[in-house]
Design a protein around this ligand. Sequence first.
Ligand code: VG1
Ligand code: CO
Length: 560
Amino acid sequence: MSVETVQTKPFEGQKPGTSGLRKKVKVFQQPRYTENFVQAIFSAMPGGSDGKTIVVGGDGRYWSPEVSQAILRLAAGNGIKHVIMGQDTILSTPAVSALIRELKTDGGILLTASHNPGGPENDFGIKFNTANGGPAPEEVTNNIYKITTTIKEYKKVDLPDLDLSKIGEFTHGPLKVTIVDSVTNYIKLLKEIFDFDLIKKYLHETSPKPSVLFDALNGVTGPYGRAIFVEELGLPESSIQNCDPKPDFGGLHPDPNLTYAHTLVEKVDAGNIVFGAASDGDGDRNMIYGAKAFVTPSDSVAIIADWAEKAIPYFKNGLKGLARSMPTSGAIDIVAKEKGVEVFEVPTGWKFFGNLMDAGRLSICGEESFGTGSDHIREKDGVWAIVAWLSILAKANEEKPGQTINDVLLAHYKKYGRSFFSRYDYEEVESEGAEAMMEHLRKLFASSDFAGKKLKATTSDTTFTVESADDFSYTDPIDGSVSKKQGLYIKFTDGSRVIFRLSGTGSSGATVRLYVEKYSRNESEYADDAQVGLKPLIEVALATSKLQEFTKRDKPTVIT
Ligand code: VG1
Ligand code: CO
């Protein structure tokens, strides 16, 4: 079978965002659109594509089978030797990262738009990960984009469709294709990291038995959830829900937060369930929710870090370092200080953690956007975070029986203080207005009298004094690469912060994200609702940015 060279022309806008290229399915369905982007990935692969081995998998969303077949044809055209795929295209994002590392492949292609809805009218996405198992660094994604702007041809072998439902090894034209079970390798890895016996003991020998509910939101983690909760931990089927992956996620918005995972939240509240958890479409995000106890992602990573050495065998020899993305609250910084380890502040997006992990300087990190993970792989890992929390509860109950998620939270605040945190998302606003707001803020920050200014809340007398304000820029401590314009922040003299960013994962229009954070050491506030405590700060952020004027929105679409 011979390699065919197909003439093509560039498409606009094939720039990978925070986490790959995400567009409406309809956009990917244009003739040559997907092929162009996949060709750009192969052309930009560090060291070339010839003779290489890659993993291909994703969250199984609508259009994945078609794109998988196209990738096989282009892989063959570009001299790839071996493709390892998940059965029926299914592999969670963390499972792809784990496979790339375990099998020492040269990288992987992930077919997912993560937590964005799926189906013919919704989103699709393609992301490239490098040989360390992590999202390609900016140098590579910039190169991919550059290639898409001048592409003239792509190379393929005209292969028939391969049956992706059969596990095994196949010869497909010039390719070797291995189709693996979606969960086996990943579950094996988790069993090496955690003490499953400790968790089992907690779940089965505590009286009354703690109730559990895991919700996969019809995304990719369904089979992983079933393997862990039902098969490994011996819980009843009623402890999992929405666990059969669907191409359109059954119409759900597979984003594990209080808004979109509301059926989980309602069931946990109504049934007083001790441990509730959910993950997103591709399995890298998580939400931890116990009866009337919501764990913010910023607190979650800090608490996992605090308990790690004693609750999780993988960390028994200590932590190498901790990290968070810039908008994530400083709760983890305080834990790092207590433990005497380094803490890093990186731009939004998991790709920035990889270098630190590869250099042996980072063990546990997280993002406020429901992303938590560790150096066991190079992606955030929803199921890992959920099992980490089960381990914490198990350990806490071993120390003192009867402890709930809420008890763990309050104990943490008592020891370290509480960082109140919230994010307001204004989705699909007009790009022009959003850009204009960012420009307005940049100008304001540049004015000589902004630092030192007192900003007053609109409905109370609370004022905040500006300590500093800037556009976040990051110099990677390992390779010295610089990433600029990563979010506008104002730090106030009392340690509070507000941050403005434009999302890099949307598929149309712009999304403005407003993040607010306030730290408290006042014990009488620890049980408060975050929205109440943060109100003055939010008012100041809205007034200073003129967000409502610029975006023509008086309310956010989502509050987390
Ligand atoms: C969002 C989050 C970011 C996360 C990214 C990918 O990006 O804010 O923290 O890393 O999604 O997550 P943005 O640019 O829209 O703010 V996922 O679960 O899509 O892989
Ligand atoms: Co995701």
